[in-house]
Ligand binder design. Structure first.
Ligand code: SF4
Ligand code: SF4
Length: 372
């Protein structure tokens, strides 16, 4: 009898966390390369030279509020705006991962999710165990991210009509939002540093602090994940109640007690599936014993959603925006003007018609001019 192990079976079935790490680091490398490229692009513009690198459209992934505004604008007007089109495409990809693959974005893609995992390890190293907050504190804190999400949805979905959305989207503030975000971190204020330090320390003291309590994106995905066709299921017939799944779950779900995990906190990290020593006892599937998804297919699916979505954007010409390099040079040179500021919850007054006319002139002639 051939006792050679089936290598492909071992590789495909027993390396869920390896796949997850590979996917996480691939996306982290992509994010870092986008950040570096955009930084070079802006610093060359600031030096008054035409950039030797092009602006990476993926930078718009860091403008989720602008993307949500673009989404509503698209739904109410049918116009897919060309100011930050890739931001809207990336938002739709992320939302589709929530509907199809639960909160997999948080544990497979998001660099903050990866950082959180390392901070959780530091937490365990310091306290020698996973410290859990008592439920009376945990539940109210978990509602904070939903309050933040509700605030954004209320201000954008309920408060902004088509005319206001249009005014915002074509404003200098929104057009230069990516550059302003870069400068926000480059010229970081003392206050922001202290906020980041506080978040860092709190994330060490309290596991998953940012993701569990504050991230509005995680809240949105948590809500959408209830619609997800895939869930983690447990076969009660073969479960030996060893509780390894529950002990390994980073978000403290009592996996060994449920037959199907229905929780907004489940990140679909599949650590419980990995930890279960019994064959076919924990699995991700459409329903009990139907449509079981092999972990490697899950990994491929989440990557394909991103790759396929961005390719679709490129093919349909909705990936690269229509702001020319000369327009960006204009933005970089005039960022201090009041029209680039956001005041009292509104975009500062600007004359939309003359602003767009001037942008068009710069696009056509490549002129460096001053605002009138
Ligand atoms: S229930 Fe399983 S898949 Fe969900 S977060 Fe916990 S370990 Fe990860
Ligand atoms: S790890 Fe598997 S066998 Fe153990 S309690 Fe969880 S589901 Fe049951």
């Amino acid at each position: 009898m051939n006792k050679t192990p089936n290598i492909s079976k071992i590789f495909l079935q027993q390396n869920i966390q390896l796949y997850r790490k590979i996917v996480q680091y691939l996306f982290l490398a992509t994010v870092v390369s986008i950040g570096v490229k955009f930084s070079i692009f802006v610093s060359q513009l600031a030096s008054g030279i035409l950039p030797t690198v092009s602006r990476p459209p993926g930078i718009e992934a860091f403008l989720p509020i602008s993307a949500l505004i673009s989404l509503k604008y698209w739904l109410v007007t049918g116009i897919f705006n060309q100011v930050h089109p890739s931001g809207l495409i990336i938002l739709m990809i992320v939302l589709s991962t929530g509907v199809l693959l639960k909160r997999g974005f948080c544990s497979w893609i998001c660099p903050l999710g990866l950082l959180t995992e390392y901070l959780n390890r530091l937490h365990k190293f310091i306290f020698r165990k996973n410290v859990k907050l008592p439920p009376w504190l945990d539940y109210p804190l978990r509602s904070l991210k939903y309050l933040l999400l509700a605030f954004f949805l209320w201000s954008i979905i309920l408060q902004m009509g088509a005319a206001v959305l249009d005014y915002f989207i074509y404003s200098p503030y929104n057009m230069a939002a990516d550059i302003k975000m870069l400068y926000f971190f480059k010229d970081i204020s003392h206050f922001t540093i202290w906020v980041l330090v506080a978040l860092f320390v709190l994330s060490i003291l309290i596991r998953n602090f940012w993701c569990r309590y504050l991230c509005p994106y995680g809240a949105l995905l948590g809500v959408l994940s209830f619609l997800s066709i895939f869930k983690v299921h447990r076969n009660e017939g073969t479960c030996t109640d060893c509780r390894k799944c529950t002990r390994t779950c980073p978000v403290d779900i009592k996996v060994h007690k449920t037959s199907s995990i229905v929780s907004d906190e489940c990140h679909a990290c599949l650590k419980c599936v990995d930890a279960c020593p019994e064959n076919d006892t924990l699995y991700i599937s459409v329903s009990k014993r139907k449509g079981i998804l092999k972990p490697w297919i899950y990994a491929a699916a989440i990557c394909l959603l991103f790759i396929g979505g961005s390719l679709t954007g490129r093919i349909t010409d909705y990936w690269q925006n229509n702001i020319s390099t000369h327009e960006y040079m204009f933005h970089v040179r005039h960022l201090d003007l009041p029209i680039y500021q956001h005041t009292r919850g509104n975009v500062s007054a600007y004359n939309k018609a003359s602003w767009l006319r001037m942008m068009q002139e710069i696009r056509q002639t490549g002129e460096k001019r001053s605002p009138s």
